[in-house]
Design a protein around this ligand. Structure first.
Ligand SMILES: Nc1nc2c(c(=O)[nH]1)N[C@H]1C(S)=C(S)[C@@H](COP(=O)(O)O)O[C@H]1N2
Ligand SMILES: [Mo]
Length: 198
């Protein structure tokens, strides 16, 4: 766990500063919703790892299952509470590919051309997963199916919909929104929305 400014008792104040609760579940992406047949879907885990791995859909789906209920915070100020995701825990993938000791950053790539970067610390939390199901049902294309990344403690743009690759690195490579001025770290509890440098 990294030392984020998240309240210890979440039931008392679950809405981060500057956020409002939204009804329903808005859809936010680049407007490109790639259709990926499950027979062609791949998850490519590369970079500084002992065991690089290219998963097919069938291989991915026999990994141990994982479910987590979390709150969702979009940097455009809407939040949604109690979102139930099911898929594969990020720690399960790390146990398989074994990142090398020098790894500090992770870059996710998606089928729509999107990329996003996080610190290794952020994906080591035990609530991070690659979700294939939302609310018990297979993830729809509009919400990032076949599979998307969920990192509950960060603003939602850090979680790649339509994920296709995960690269472990000792270098911090900026993603789609990060090169456009959004924060590298993206902690909703400190309203860490924009890059300090820009
Ligand atoms: N591949 C991809 N992932 C993405 C995005 C995107 O444009 N492309 N948008 C991000 C943003 S800004 C948000 S708020 C969430 C939105 O997820 P939702 O459409 O399921 O609400 O996806 C994130 N992941
Ligand atoms: Mo967002």
């Amino acid at each position: 766990m990294s030392g984020k400014a998240r309240p210890a008792n979440r039931s008392e104040n679950r809405l981060p500063p500057g956020q409002h609760l939204t009804p329903g579940f808005p859809v936010l992406d680049l407007g490109i919703r790639p259709e990926i047949p499950l027979t062609e879907w791949r998850l490519d885990i590369t970079g500084m790892v002992e065991n690089p791995k290219l998963f097919t859909w069938d291989e991915f789906n026999v990994l141990p299952g994982f479910e987590d209920v979390s709150d969702f915070h979009c940097v455009t100020t809407w939040s949604k509470f109690d979102v139930r995701w099911t898929g594969v825990a990020f720690f399960t993938l790390m146990e398989i590919v074994k990142p090398k000791p020098e790894v500090q950053h992770v870059l996710f790539g998606s089928y729509d051309g999107y990329t996003t970067n996080v610190r290794l610390d952020d994906v080591m939390d035990d609530d991070v997963l690659i979700a294939t199901h939302y609310d018990g049902k297979p993830l729809t294309r509009e919400h990032g199916g076949p599979a998307r990344v969920i990192i509950p403690k960060l603003y939602a743009w850090k979680g790649a919909k339509f994920v296709r690759s995960i690269e472990f690195s000792n270098e911090d490579k900026l993603g789609f929104w990060e090169v456009r001025g959004y924060s590298n770290t993206a902690d909703p509890w400190t309203e860490d929305r924009f890059s300090q440098a820009s």
